[in-house]
Write a protein that binds this ligand. Structure first.
Ligand code: NAD
Length: 307
């Protein structure tokens, strides 16, 4: 099949692109390299640098494409609190521009990488797709708006759409910015260096950590699965892990003895997050297979930054 992946040089995008290229598919990748690294892509992926809102570029890239994976986005919750306009422009505006270009060219299906963050702080766990979302950050709002845009424009123009609400993905190649880094690679790096692990709040907050290969398996299935048009589907591990438990797992995986500081001055964010995977199992035959301890060890082994 012919695929276009936006955000292809990013963490999940490059893992997906390399997987599809290995399977023998034709893969085009688009990324503005604002955080992505084209070196992460195998030479079999046809890479183009550009903005996801550049419709003339999209018209060219979309020719003969069967399915688009839309991952290009700004991805930091804390950063979105500071710069909501940018998050709206890229995550919402970029999605609408892509849908317009897909309509113009006549592409059949788009798989949007949405986020478990759209749910916000809801008492009921595990989170099922039918719950009314309660987004708590501009990032979460932008992903929810993108879901509505792909579904609505898709319905109007006969494009099949599915939004995958990916929970906390981790694995080799995850972007590790200096400020507000994602928790898994930050803890791994600190654990290996014998540095300090700073935990927000009391560390009782939970997340659903999903290894990137498991998330990619759901994305691959979403390209061809029947009867998923218009759906949103959770993609996680189905396990709830507190940050305290994550500290323990990281300590075991790295073999270090890091100092752990609990910072009661900072918010731990959403208090609980765990994906209900019933719909993903049913529609995508999704069965995550990599447990957290194994995923952390694989990340350490496969990511050169941790050697
Ligand atoms: P990432 O930052 O590594 O990937 C995003 C990519 O998009 C980057 O390579 C960046 O350069 C590119 N990009 C940003 N703005 C662009 C623009 N205007 N035009 C073209 N490219 C642009 O992040 P990731 O973790 O791989 O996330 C990929 C997607 O998955 C995002 O849509 C994100 O919202 C979603 N997601 C990620 C997670 C996670 O835990 N990593 C969870 C849920 C959803």
């Amino acid at each position: 099949m012919n695929f276009l992946i936006t955000g292809a040089a990013g963490f999940i995008g490059s893992t997906l692109a390399n997987h599809l290229a290995r399977e023998g598919h034709q893969v085009r990748g688009l990324d503005d390299l604002s955080t992505g690294d084209p070196q992460a892509l195998s030479p079999d992926v046809h890479f183009t640098r550009g903005d996801v809102s550049d419709r003339p570029k999209l018209w060219t890239l979309l020719q003969e494409v069967d399915v688009v994976y839309h991952l290009a986005a700004r991805v930091s919750v804390p950063e979105s609190v500071l710069y909501p306009r940018d998050y709206n422009a890229v995550n919402v505006g970029g999605t609408v521009a892509l849908m317009e270009a897909m309509r113009d060219v006549g592409v059949r299906r788009v798989v949007l990488t949405s986020s478990g963050a759209v749910y916000g702080d809801l008492g009921e766990q595990p989170l099922r797709e039918m719950i009314t979302p309660n987004p708590r950050s501009p990032y979460a709002v932008s992903k929810l708006a993108a879901e509505y845009y792909v579904r609505t424009i898709g319905r109007l123009w006969g494009i099949e759409t599915v939004s995958l609400r990916v929970f906390n993905a981790y694995g080799p190649g995850q972007h590790l910015p200096a400020s507000h880094p994602p928790v898994v690679p930050y803890f791994l790096r600190q654990g290996l260096r014998g540095g300090t692990l700073v935990v927000h709040s009391d560390g009782a907050q939970t997340r659903d950590y999903v290894y990137v290969d498991d998330a990619v398996s759901a994305m691959v299935a979403a390209a061809t699965a029947p009867n998923i048009d218009g759906l949103v589907i959770n993609v996680g591990s189905g396990r709830e892990t507190s940050v305290r438990e994550l500290v323990k797992e990281v300590t075991e995986a790295t073999g270090g003895k890091p100092e752990v500081i609990y910072n009661s001055q900072t918010s731990g964010g959403v208090s609980r997050m765990c994906a209900d995977l019933t719909l993903a199992q049913d529609k995508l035959n999704y069965r995550p297979s990599i447990k957290l301890d194994e995923g952390l060890r694989m990340t350490l082994k496969r990511d050169p930054r941790f050697r």
